[in-house]
Structure formats: C-alpha cells, structure tokens
Design a protein around this ligand. Structure first.
Ligand SMILES: [Zn+2]
Length: 181
C-alpha cells in the first residue's frame, strides 16, 4: 500500500486573501497565485515516495460564484507548477450535508480507495482545524501550520511553515515509532 500526504490548497499551495478574519478562495484564474516555494518542498516528499494530494472545500461552486471551468483552469496551473498526483474538491455547501466537506473525511477516504493508501501512515498538512479533524477520524497524522484557523481541536503536530511541516513528515516517515512530544 502506498502512503500519501494530503495538503490543504488555499493558504498552503496557493495564496488566499484574508477578509474579516476569513480566507477568501480565488474564483478567477487571474487572481490564482501558486506558492512557488512549495515546489521544491513537494518534490522532496515525492522523492520519499509519497502520493501528493491537494484537498479543498469550494462551496462557491454550489453557490454559483465559482464555475467549474474556472476551477479547472486554476487546477491545470496548480498541476503545472507543483508535482501533485491529484486534486480533490468538495463543491458543496454546509447545508448540503455531504460526506466530503472537511472536517468530514470523505475526500481522504475516497483517495484512500482510489490510490490504495495506508491512511494510518499517511499525513495531512494544513493551516486549518478542519483538515486536522478529518485526519483524526481516519488515523492520518496531522501536521498543522500556525495560523488563525487552527481552533482548539485535536492535531498531532504544530509547525511554523510548510518547510517545517515537510521536514516533520520526512522525519516521522523515517522513524514511524517516534513518540509525539
Ligand atoms: Zn462535499
């Protein structure tokens, strides 16, 4: 079975504006800015054998503020810039009560099937509590990057940057029995 690193998209792989203490996801290709610094970091994870999967909640799809076509254009760009194996999207709104809107773990469990993953030894990197909660439900290890969106729920490790998160993942992967501090 393979191992994956799930990575939250907005704020980690692409820049997201902040308005009234909320991240605002881009809805046009023109405002979509890939975090280029992520490229060599993701390449290190790939070299270690991980499947790299970006995940994202995009309720603007169900609201009609974001078109599928525009999202596809953004994700084509994201795939060109970063060595991602897959990009998984929840298009629903909270009121749709779907199984895939994070913190629900549907996107992760779907990927677990598709990619034949060992989720117990897979990782989640994010700057939001929702991803840490999805990770907890499926037994993935969560490495969260300090941000205003971490909440007070469970997460396994806190770091200050994507670079530090990647370092942690590689370290834990090399020594799986390491006890969390
Ligand atoms: Zn959904």
């Amino acid at each position: 079975m393979r191992l994956a690193v799930f990575i939250e998209r907005d704020g980690v792989l692409n820049k997201a504006r902040v308005e009234r203490q909320h991240q605002v996801s881009p809805v046009m290709l023109e405002e979509f800015r890939v975090c280029r610094a992520a490229r060599p970091l993701l390449q290190r994870l790939k070299a270690a054998g991980f499947i790299l999967i970006a995940t994202t909640n995009q309720p603007a799809l169900s609201h009609g503020h974001l078109s599928r076509r525009e999202l596809d254009r953004m994700h084509d760009l994201l795939r060109r810039e970063l060595p991602l194996d897959d990009i998984l999207v929840c298009p629903h709104d909270e009121s749709d009560d779907c199984p895939c809107r994070k913190p629900r773990p549907g996107l992760l469990s779907e990927a677990g099937f598709t990619w034949q993953l060992n989720l117990d030894r897979s990782f989640v990197i994010s700057d939001k509590w929702q991803d840490a909660e999805a990770a907890r439900q499926l037994g993935c290890t969560s490495v969260v990057i300090e941000s205003p969106w971490l909440g007070s729920g469970h997460h396994d490790l806190v770091v200050t940057s994507l670079a530090a998160a990647v370092e942690k993942v590689l370290q834990l992967h090399a020594t799986p029995n390491l006890v969390f501090a």
